[in-house]
Design a protein around this ligand. Sequence first.
Ligand code: 6PG
Length: 469
Amino acid sequence: MADTYDFGLVGLGVMGRNFILNVADNGFTAFGNDLDEEKVGALINEGGNTDKVNASSDVKTFANALTTPRKIMLLVPAGKVVDIVIESLLPHLDKGDIIIDGGNSFFTDTDRREAYLKEKGVNFFGAGVSGGAKGARRGPSIMPGGSKEAYQHVKPIFEAVSAKYKGEPCVAYLGPKSAGNYVKMVHNGIEYGLMQLTSEIYDLLKKAGGLSNAELHQTFAQWNEGRLQSFLVEITSEIFEQKDDLGDGELVDKILDKAKQKGTGKWTSQNAMDLGIPVPTIDVAVSMRELSALKEERIKADALYDRPTPKTVDKADFISKAEQALYFAFIITYAQGMHQLADASKEYGYELELGEIAKIWRAGCIIRAALLADITDAYQANEKLENLLLSPSFVEKVKGTVGAAREMTAYGALNGIPLAGLSNALTYFDAYTSSRLPLNLIQAQRDYFGSHTYERVDREGIFHTEWEE
Ligand code: 6PG
């Protein structure tokens, strides 16, 4: 056993245990802490084959075991628990120590905690960690924000444990204060969008294309070999072949169609509204989870209304169009998320480098995808890119697939298949690429009933008209 340890971790659930073992795999010594003796024991047993890992349920023992400046990561549920753990640690810390919150904390909570701990001379990091339990063990994508100087102490450990994309670590210092949590929040908003879109394409392939689970497995597996290559497409293909161990057939058909959420997608949407940045594909992905939860009402309504029988399609052609539509909508979803990050960076002073963010999302995280290499290139070519849709390298990708997105959206509308994400992605595209929208009429209406004034296209100034009533 070591005398002092390089890294401390509070919260020895699956994520915490896996993260600490990952730290030890990479040559660092690590000490865990959890109030639950069983979890402490489980880590000691699991890490028992190495002299690099130890743990205790006692906070003082834990703090005394760490080299200074202490680097303590919290992998505990977001919310009050984070504050409670911070308070329990404080009496045992020295100035210059570093606390890293690795959970999905709301970014304003991180700002509050950072300011509070700064007064006490303790550095606080909000670091998004993506990749689930497997990622924590084998290499997650890590999104840290906080003091740049203090990050230097954490950097070697994070770079060693993070996922690698062609040898490059999927972690980078992102910016001050809550930059890391904010980026992780938007990562999750994008995650919601991509998941919603994938489920809509599944619906189309199943109801219109008539694909069996075996064919769905094959189709998504094949897509994963091409430009749609991504973690979510890959696991989707695997999901379709999972047999139900409690009955016949595949498990996917037995899973209740009510999607839960922990809040990060909703926060992304809410904050985008505050910023005035449109992210409709993410908004609607949240709304669809809410709609899915209304199962009992949906059953009643289903009995009241007829639904068209999906028109027969040419299967091979339909599968090819579905692939194009999904690719198109994935691009739009990333475009919306990146746009939000660009605006938030200005609003909150994060000084985010979008190319760096796309870069650390290329491996390890839930939204990792081949597309992220192209997104990285687009932002590295032009750091000030306002929207991915304005990148010359994306124009051809979008032009080549938008036709299929239109066909699929129209098919869904005519055949009663809800495609909220896809149709919103298409509407976003059509609106964002329209040099003139009909919202001149809204301005006229506002001025008509409320004297809210309007601007003109042909001269400068603010105008009001006494509309004829
Ligand atoms: C990740 C995930 C992770 C978590 C989501 C689930 O990046 O590893 O995003 O953080 O699985 O928060 O979110 P919902 O429960 O809201 O779907």
